[in-house]
Design a protein around this ligand. Structure first.
Ligand code: G3P
Length: 220
């Protein structure tokens, strides 16, 4: 399973990269705005900076703002030309499906975002999306079952032999990561604190403290 970090914060991306476990980055317009990145030039430069930090061969999702086919294609082509790591992120709407089909024909990687149902997942796969982003946290937010959705999509993709990778998104905590892995996600994209949360166990801390104390006693 691949690990992506879901942020536009360069320090968080660097920290995840330094751990040596980072396979890619996802961003969205809200995450870019959170970092105060605005204006086309600054946005494009920020994507280039992210690509530089993670190095070659790691996918970086950059989302289009346009919601019409022509606009999505123009924006997507501009984004894809920035760096070979760029994956064009497209919303799950009718025009988005048209754009994903177009990008697939052009050999441009895509990430279909804002996915909340198995039906949407089937359509995105048919259009040739490289990645599918079901938002599990937001599904949980409305007391539905985000992980259940990942399981359902996994089953369907297995059945139809889909080549689209399931990218579990809107992950809020370490348990989501473990559950997404069990449910068959190909990729998890997580805020840095959810990744770091995987480290935590009180028995590890207690055990390490005891090892160090015993070593000190024996070597006093
Ligand atoms: O990957 C999608 C993600 O950024 C949305 O997360 O927490 O805003 O639902 P959240």
């Amino acid at each position: 399973m691949l690990f992506f970090v879901d942020t536009a914060n360069l320090d968080h991306i660097r920290e995840a990269q330094d751990l040596g476990i980072l396979d890619g980055v996802t961003t969205n317009p809200s995450l870019m705005a959170k970092e105060g990145i605005s204006g086309e030039k600054n946005i494009l430069n920020h994507y280039k900076e992210i690509c530089k930090i993670v190095g070659d061969g790691k996918d970086v999702s950059a989302e289009v703002i346009a919601v019409d086919f022509k606009g999505m294609v123009e924006e997507g082509q501009k984004l894809a030309a920035l760096h070979e790591n760029i994956v064009v992120k497209v919303p799950m709407i009718k025009e988005g499906i048209k754009a994903i089909s177009y990008f697939t024909e052009q050999g441009i990687k895509t990430n279909c975002t804002l996915v909340f149902s198995a039906g949407q997942a089937i359509l995105a796969s048919k259009a040739g999306a490289t990645y599918l982003s079901p938002f599990i946290g937001r599904v949980d937010d409305i007391t539905w079952d985000g992980i259940g959705l990942i399981k359902e999509i996994y089953e369907i993709y297995d059945q139809i032999g889909s080549e689209t990778a399931i990218l579990a998104a809107s992950i809020r905590n370490p348990l989501h990561i473990v559950q997404a892995a069990k449910a068959g996600a190909d990729v998890v994209t997580c805020p840095l604190n959810a990744i770091l949360g995987l480290l935590n166990h009180p028995l590890t801390d207690q055990g390490l403290q005891k090892f160090l104390e015993d070593h000190q006693k024996a070597n006093a």
